[in-house]
Ligand binder design. Structure first.
Ligand SMILES: Nc1ncnc2c1ncn2[C@@H]1O[C@H](COP(=O)(O)OP(=O)(O)O)[C@@H](O)[C@H]1O
Ligand SMILES: [Mg+2]
Length: 357
């Protein structure tokens, strides 16, 4: 019997692309990474690599011709790039969810229209909008976020009514922002959902996330939340996936309040740092689930076999690697980045809660 070897094209060459390429390889699928930076983490583990800009339509056409399916590993790929590629090959997740998650105003509106609660929010185009909104809500503090390109806490500020509103606004360097009420949360959680072309929809167990300096530091799976909360998070994730006809994986970040309420924060239409524990704690990883879905294969029901705490290795944390390598309960993943700069995600370690024998 002859086996046909398929190729998955991935836009973006960071660690998420790298781990997706490794998962594809496990399933006998080749990968072609398209990324503007040379020697990016994914370029080191792929069958083919194109170094070009996302606006280089000639390079994009050659890329599309060389692959069977296309996906992307981060949400700031220009919409026109995805729309162009969609004319040539199947691109998943499709541009609708990408458009929503690229703009925080569209995202909040979409979440609310899908019946999913968020923090109070209001658009802002000028500093006075912040004052007006604080007055209207009758509160003294808020968070103001740029509508686009924010990540790891970048592109957002906390504003108090005693602060100078003009200087808060100037710090954001944007023409369009979203003002959010501050959620007094007990925990931050996330739910990762996968959906395939056959309409199968599955979620991974809810994960509890701790941030340091706005960067994810630690994820605990399963999250120590009630069955009702976990069922609710699962239902929210599935509702979103169905609403956008998702093919692939998406993550929904949630706040859990003192009253046990779940409030949606943001959507990532891709694999997510809080799902890295699945690589060692589950029958299937988020990356394999994603590859299966975007390559037209069925996804599978995730079953967690081991409790896991995931630690991100950020900047100088890589110094801890020699110690982790000695531990039988530590699964070390490094991303092949040449320089450990401050705040840079260099790798992660999944600490397994192993059964004593
Ligand atoms: N409305 C809010 N209330 C309280 N904390 C918030 C709020 N929005 C964001 N945060 C905090 O800031 C972090 C980063 O914000 P987020 O919107 O997830 O942006 P990004 O992850 O893209 O930088 C969140 O994980 C949370 O800790
Ligand atoms: Mg976030």
């Amino acid at each position: 019997m002859k086996m046909e070897i398929k190729t998955l094209g991935i836009l973006g060459g960071g660690q998420l692309g790298r781990m997706s390429a490794l998962a594809a390889s496990k399933l006998g699928i080749r990968t072609h990474i398209f990324c503007p930076e040379e020697n990016c983490p994914a370029s080191q583990v792929t069958d083919a690599f194109t170094q070009a800009n996302y606006e280089d339509f000639n390079a994009l056409k050659i890329f599309a011709d060389s692959v069977d399916f296309i996906s992307y590993e981060f949400e700031n790929i220009p919409l026109e790039t995805v729309e162009f590629l969609q004319k040539h090959k199947p691109v998943y997740p499709d541009s609708r969810i990408l458009e929503v998650s690229q703009n925080r105003l569209k995202e909040k509106k979409f979440l609310n229209e899908s019946g999913i609660k968020t923090a109070l929010w209001a658009p802002a185009e000028k500093p006075e909008d912040i004052i007006e909104t604080l007055n209207r809500w009758n509160v003294s503090d808020c968070i103001v976020k740029t509508t686009r390109f924010g990540y790891d806490g970048k592109g957002q500020i906390k504003h108090n009514d005693k602060d100078d509103v003009l200087s808060s606004w100037m710090k954001l360097q944007t023409e369009e922002a979203v003002i959010e009420s501050i959620v007094e949360f007990l925990y931050e959680c996330s739910i990762i959902v996968a959906r395939d072309v056959f309409g199968n929809c599955e979620t991974f167990p809810v994960t509890l996330n701790r941030h340091v300096n706005h960067i994810l530091s630690e994820s605990i799976a399963p999250a120590p939340i009630s069955k009702e909360q976990s069922d609710l998070a699962t239902a929210m994730g599935k509702k979103l996936a169905e609403a956008v006809g998702l093919v692939g994986v998406l993550a929904l970040e949630l706040f859990v309040t003192k009253d046990g309420e779940l409030i949606a924060n943001e959507i990532a239409p891709r694999t997510h740092n809080s799902g890295h524990w699945t690589m060692d704690g589950c029958n299937v990883s988020q990356f394999e689930q994603h590859v299966r879905a975007v390559c037209g294969m069925p996804i599978v029901k995730p079953v967690q076999h081991t409790p896991v705490t995931m630690h991100n290795l950020i900047g100088g944390d890589v110094k801890k690697v020699p110690e982790y390598l000695k531990r039988p309960d530590a699964c070390v993943h490094l991303y092949g980045k040449m320089e450990a700069r401050e705040g840079r995600k260099m790798g992660h370690v999944n600490i397994l809660k192993l059964q004593e024998k």
